[in-house]
Design a protein around this ligand. Structure first.
Ligand SMILES: [Fe+2]
Length: 157
C-alpha cells in the first residue's frame, strides 16, 4: 500500500493571517506531496514496501538515504500539520509549561532558543528561506497547538 498525502486537519486558509493560504498550499500540496511520492518510488519493489512509516523511520540508520530522507520528510510534515491550529498560539499550560520554565527559565527564553536553533539550521532553499524563516517563526507562535503539544508531552512522559 503506497503512502498517501494526509489531508490537513483544517483548511489551507485556516492559519491566516499568520501563515497564508498560498504558503500552505505549496508546503502541503507540493513539498509534502513530493516527500510522499519520492518515498513511494524509493520503496517500490523492496523489502520496505509493506512497512509502516513508523517502522521505516525507527530504523533510519539501516535504510537508504532516499527512504530515510523522504520518509523523515513525510513523518515530520504529518506531525507538523497536527502541531498547528487556528485556535493555537498563546502559551502551554500544565506539565509542559512547568518543564519548559524549569528547563529554559521562561517560555520567552524557550522561544528565543527555539527560534535561534531553527534559523541556524541548514536546510534546502537556504538563501531565500533565511528572510522568510524569521517571519514564519514569528507566525508559528500564533498558531502552535499547545493543547496538542501538552497531550503528547504528558502521554509520553
Ligand atoms: Fe516543510
Amino acid at each position: 500500500m503506497a503512502f498517501q498525502l494526509p489531508s490537513l486537519p483544517y483548511e489551507h486558509s485556516a492559519l491566516e493571517p499568520y501563515i497564508d493560504t498560498l504558503t500552505m498550499e505549496i508546503h502541503h500540496g507540493k513539498h509534502h506531496q513530493a516527500y510522499v511520492d519520492n518515498l513511494n518510488k524509493a520503496i517500490a519493489g523492496t523489502t520496505n514496501e509493506n512497512k509502516s512509516l513508523e517502522e521505516l523511520v525507527a530504523n533510519a540508520g539501516a535504510i537508504s538515504a532516499a527512504v530515510r530522507n523522504n520518509g523523515g520528510g513525510h513523518w515530520n510534515h504529518s506531525f507538523f500539520w497536527k502541531s498547528l491550529s487556528p485556535a493555537g498560539g498563546e502559551a502551554p499550560e500544565g506539565l509542559l509549561a512547568d518543564d519548559i520554565n524549569a528547563t529554559f527559565g521562561s517560555f520567552d527564553a524557550f522561544k528565543t532558543q527555539f527560534n535561534t536553533a531553527a534559523t541556524s539550521r541548514f536546510g534546502s532553499g537556504w538563501a531565500w528561506l533565511i528572510r522568510k524563516r524569521a517571519d514564519y517563526l514569528n507566525a508559528y507562535w500564533k498558531v502552535v497547538d499547545w493543547k496538542q503539544a501538552s497531550q503528547l508531552y504528558t502521554d509520553n512522559k
